[in-house]
Structure formats: structure tokens, C-alpha cells
Ligand binder design. Structure first.
Ligand code: FER
Length: 248
């Protein structure tokens, strides 16, 4: 494992690189956690290990205001995350040991995966949005994020819950994003993995995304919640199976 920072227009992006055994050159997958998440979460580690098992090098990276990266949580926006993810993609493309590139993210990182997938469609052999929270822009236009309501036409200075505080800019930015456009622009293979008891991102959004992508597979993890608690083996099996099918 190598731990380091990638510069993103002055913001240090905390990252870790994990290699499969006896692999020095090969495919690499960028892996991004979700809202309030970090790269040591159990489901992120499970995804990383599953990829390493099938010979894929993994670059875990934390976006603005999360984990060990720069910026305050309350000031993070999806524009900042998009800028950070583009920096990580540029960095990965400079690595001479990388053959094919993949992108995977959980929840808000899954939304980011869908956005960047469309924006950099030529760069990825496949993308893997896990429990993707791709309804955040739509809900922001309607006036809710994570069970917190506001007037979408008169955005407050801040939005708060018991656990976090966000600047109104998070909402302003989210309202401008149209994930469907980026779904349409990505024509490569897509793996969506989603628990049918997800309490944060309702399962039907996974079915909707499956129908919109040209080449997507949905693995439904029966009984699993948003972070696949108690179902990490099923998550890992879905990821290993997807990479094995791509190679085969
Ligand atoms: C929301 C629903 C789900 C939301 C975020 C999430 C910010 C989940 C995010 C994550 O786990 O990454 O309305 O608003």
C-alpha cells in the first residue's frame, strides 16, 4: 500500500494505492467513498479487496471536505468533487504501470462516478456506481436532502441535520446537475450494485439507472442496506464477477 496526496488546484486529495499480489503493471480502478464517508469504511475496503482479488490495482481517493483531504465538510459541493475527481483521473492517466482504467464510487461517490463516466467516457473501460445517490440533483430541485427540507427556490444559507451542516452552495450546485445527460454519454459497461433495503437511496433509482444506460448490469443484494452491512461478501462477489466477465 502507498499513501500520498494528489494536488487538485491547491486542494490535497488523500489517496491510497493497493496492488494485487505479484502485480506491478495492469488495470487500475479509482474508488471514491460517499457523503460523510472515507476510504477506510468497511464497504470501501471490501470493494478494494475484491478488485485486488481479480488483479486490479485500486486507487482509493477522498474528495473535498472528506477523510484526510483538504477543505471543510460544510463547504463541499459537487462541483468541487467533480474538479477533484478530474484531477485524480488525470493523475491515474500519468501512471506508466496502468493499462486499462476503471472508475467506482459509493453513493455520492457513485453519483460522481456517473457524472465523470459521461464527462470522460473515453477514459474508462467500465464504471461501477455502488448504491449511487444520483437522485441528489433531482431532490435538491424539489427541496430535500437526506430527510432535511428547504425551499428550493429560496435556498437557505445552510442546511443542517443532527450529524452535519452544509452550506447552501451544496444545494445551489446540486440543482444544476443533470445526471441523465452523463448517463446517456457513457456507452461502456456499467455495474450497479444496490441493496433492496437501502434506507438512504431507494432501490428503484438503481432500476431507473439500469434502464437508462445502454450497457448496464444491476446486481441486487437482497436485504442489504445502503452500506451493505452484513452483505459485504455479496458486494465483493458482484464486483469480482463483473471484472471476470469483462476479461472473459
Ligand atoms: C440524499 C440522499 C442520500 C443525500 C445524500 C444521500 C445529500 C447519500 C449520500 C451518501 O451516502 O453518499 O438526499 O443528500
Amino acid at each position: 500500500m502507498k499513501e500520498f496526496y494528489i494536488d487538485s488546484d491547491g486542494i490535497p486529495i488523500h489517496a491510497k494505492l493497493d496492488y494485487p499480489e505479484d502485480v506491478e503493471k495492469g488495470p487500475l480502478c479509482i474508488l471514491i467513498p460517499g457523503f460523510t464517508g472515507h476510504i477506510e469504511e468497511d464497504h470501501i475496503i471490501a470493494a478494494q479487496k475484491a478488485m485486488n482479488d481479480v488483479g486490479v490495482i485500486v486507487l482509493r481517493a477522498e474528495m473535498y471536505g472528506h477523510g484526510g483531504s483538504g477543505g471543510e465538510f460544510r463547504n463541499h459541493t459537487l462541483y468541487k468533487w467533480i474538479t477533484n475527481a478530474l484531477s485524480v483521473v488525470h493523475y491515474a492517466k500519468t501512471l506508466d504501470f496502468v493499462t486499462d482504467l476503471y472508475l467506482c464510487g459509493h453513493s455520492q461517490g457513485g453519483l460522481l462516478t456517473m457524472m465523470i463516466g459521461g464527462m470522460c467516457a473515453d477514459d474508462f473501460k467500465a464504471i461501477l456506481p455502488l448504491s449511487p445517490a444520483w437522485m441528489i440533483p433531482e431532490l435538491s430541485r424539489e427541496g430535500t436532502v437526506l430527510w432535511t427540507s428547504f425551499d428550493p427556490k429560496h435556498i437557505p444559507e445552510k442546511v443542517t441535520s443532527d450529524e452535519w451542516e452544509l452550506s447552501g452552495d451544496y444545494i445551489r450546485v446540486a440543482q444544476t446537475l443533470h445526471v441523465e445527460d452523463e448517463i446517456e454519454r457513457y456507452e461502456g459497461p456499467v455495474l450497479i450494485v444496490h441493496g433492496d433495503e437501502d434506507e438512504a437511496v431507494p432501490y428503484h433509482y438503481a432500476q431507473k439507472a439500469l434502464a437508462l444506460y445502454k450497457n448496464a448490469k444491476l446486481v441486487t443484494v437482497k436485504g442489504a442496506d445502503h452500506c451493505f452491512n452484513g452483505y459485504l461478501d455479496e458486494l465483493a462477489d458482484a464486483i469480482r464477477g463483473f471484472f471476470n466477465d469483462l476479461e472473459g
